[in-house]
Design a protein around this ligand. Sequence first.
Ligand code: AMP
Length: 275
Amino acid sequence: MRTTRTIAETRAALADERARGRSVGLVPTMGAFHEGHLSLMRAARAENDVVVVSLFVNPTQFGEAADLARYPRDEARDGALAATEGVDLLFAPAPAEMYPDGFGSWVDVEGPTDGLEGAHRPGHFRGVATVCTKLFSIVRPDRAYFGLKDAQQVAVIEQVVRDLDLGLEVRPIETVRDADGLALSSRNVFLSPAERRVALALPRALAAGRDAHAAGRDPAEAALAVLAREPGLTVDYVEAAGLGRRLHLLGAIRVGATRLIDNLVLAEQPRSATA
Ligand code: AMP
């Protein structure tokens, strides 16, 4: 596996592959790899000749400086894991490579950014859409892999790709969970054992919501009832929403200083945009 730091060397490495007619799959990440990231890499490995993973803790998608500063980073470990998964190229640029002095162009997406994370994290999706558009421009992948754990992000990226005719396929990948049901997240390392027990209320609540939906009842109401029984957390939101072609039940909670999001798919093709 080769590691590149600059846009120029990344483009040069891939131009050669493309000239030979080889397909390219891209997995955008912020590092601190867990099985969720690795499942994206495996999907990309299975479907493409060349697999590129980007490792970039994107400052423009963080609201609070403290959240950015404490985000877990371990490039040596990440590089070893990516190599084990058969990744060909790890693109790990410094912030100044992606956002040089004078940077001033942003990708602002309307529609799927409304509500949910878009409402609770102002500017977040502008940062995500901008960095992903840059990564697509640098790598020019045939396919890009995103986790459904961040379901609204998938919908935002699908919209950008469609609106700006970026000519790549967005491949959504199922959420990977720990044995206890908690969705894997780089932020889970911040949870104490006691906080982790509290956090398990989120997947439990979403599962209760899914059961309620299947029985013809309001999924958000059922999920909120479960969360209300757990005093150690605060709820940012629980909502059923149509994202792309899927109807999801989505939730965001705070446990201590850690914010967690999760969701379940309720149906593949919602009749309306919002339920
Ligand atoms: P991040 O490094 O947190 O920006 O995540 C990089 C990619 O991994 C995103 O597309 C995430 O949606 C995806 N991802 C994060 N957690 C999981 C998970 N538990 N299962 C599947 N994909 C995930």
